[in-house]
Design a protein around this ligand. Structure first.
Ligand SMILES: *Cc1c(COP(=O)(O)O)cnc(C)c1O
Length: 382
């Protein structure tokens, strides 16, 4: 079949972007809190339903800066089941990551296992709303309050996700978003930190601009992580289309769910009560014994058929060389994550994914299972 990738970035009609470019060319203001930056920051905060938001050039620098903003040091409890940037942001701050296992339903950090990992050096928790499914935010906050810890959510998958009508980004001390090309909402690359008060936003804004608080005043050793006008202009335009894009993703997810609900050995999560999902990914868990083929066999079969599915997240972050020797990286400490990482597969999902292509993607899976059951029957006859 035609080459199909896991995702395809959503882009607005090009003609609609030209006037934005003309404005930038005319003003000759390319970065440093320009008009589009101001407009996007305001409109995005309104769209997301959050109080304070600071734009970044990408999600990783936003994570690194979030930790700086709260002066996090020592040890931070986090999940091994995420994109590497979550843990890398700790490393770049000289912080020791302490991995805690995930829970089997949402694949998010298991709140019930956090307390056992707290030491006198723990200063914060960095959970991830994996695939945009909300973490156990109340339980995590309760633990943080009890032990005096900060909570920084890596919310890079959770753009636009709400729970009981409120943004998921309002939990914890800070939440971090990514607008990378592969995310639900993109500005080519981009990111943001969501915070709760004006003073914190001010500090974050200084930090992303070398620490400048005035022409000759540098209040902290900041970095350059500003969003430029090109990204911000695209962001303003993309906001007009994001709801439509999420609806289109939802339609894809519904086709998959209908087609896969009775397939032996394949499981997936349905919509959670009270949650507005963004359908950023369509992860399935493959039970090799019941399905008849391993996750990696399915992955290879897809590749042979020109479908480039992804094993998000495999390997676990705790298995990469920089982190492998940490005590908390030991597989015995992370039994659920170790199991999930072997069985998880993300199927293609994006707004323009054609119905026929989805059907073909499902058929590849069904054919593979059929091959297996025929093998079994032949084996039984012999
Ligand atoms: C995409 C992503 C990041 C990094 O964001 P960039 O904008 O690509 O730097 C961090 N964490 C998670 C969970 C992500 O999915």
């Amino acid at each position: 079949m035609e080459k199909t990738l896991l995702t395809q970035p959503y882009l607005p009609p090009l003609e609609e972007f030209y006037p934005y470019l003309e404005k930038i060319w005319k003003s000759k203001w390319l970065t440093n809190n320009g008009d589009f930056h101001k407009q996007f920051e305001k409109e995005l905060a309104e769209y997301l339903g959050v109080q304070h938001l600071s734009l970044f050039t990408n999600g990783t620098l936003a994570l690194v800066t979030a930790l700086q903003a709260l002066r996090i040091t020592g040890e931070v409890i986090t999940t091994p089941f995420s994109f590497v940037a979550t843990t890398h942001s700790l490393w770049w701050n000289g912080i020791k990551p302490v991995f805690v296992d995930i829970e089997p339903r949402t694949f998010n950090l298991d709140a019930n296992k956090i307390e056992a990992a707290i030491t006198s050096k723990t200063t914060a928790i960095m959970p991830v709303h994996v695939y945009g499914n909300p973490c156990a935010v109340d339980k995590i906050q309760e633990i943080a309050d009890t032990y005096g810890l900060k909570v920084i959510y890596d919310a890079c998958h959770a753009f636009g996700v709400t729970q009981n009508g409120g943004s998921i980004l309002n939990f914890g001390d800070l939440s971090v978003l990514s607008f990378h090309a592969t995310k639900v909402f993109n500005t080519f690359e981009g990111g943001a930190i969501i915070c709760k008060d004006e003073a914190t936003k001010k500090r974050i804004d200084y930090l992303k601009n070398f620490g400048f608080a005035g022409e000759t005043t540098v209040v902290a050793p900041g970095i350059n992580a500003k969003m430029n006008e090109f990204q911000a202009a695209l962001g303003v335009l993309q906001l007009k289309y994001v709801d439509e894009a999420i609806d289109l993703r939802k339609a894809v997810a519904e086709i998959y769910r209908n087609a896969l609900k009775n397939v032996y050995g394949i499981s997936f999560l349905d919509d959670l009560d009270g949650v507005r999902h963004n359908y950023s990914y369509f992860p399935i868990l493959i039970d090799e014994e019941l399905f008849g083929a391993s996750r990696d066999a399915v992955y290879e079969e897809y590749k042979k058929n020109n479908v480039f599915v992804r094993r998000y997240f495999y390997p676990l972050i705790s298995q990469f060389p920089a982190y492998k020797t940490l005590e908390s990286s030991h597989p015995a400490n992370l039994p659920v994550a170790e199991e999930v990482t072997k069985r998880i597969l993300c199927l293609p999902i994006y707004p323009g994914l054609e119905h026929d292509t989805i059907v073909e993607i499902v058929q590849i899976l069904l054919r593979l299972q059929l091959q297996f059951s025929e093998h079994c029957e032949i084996a039984e006859l012999i």
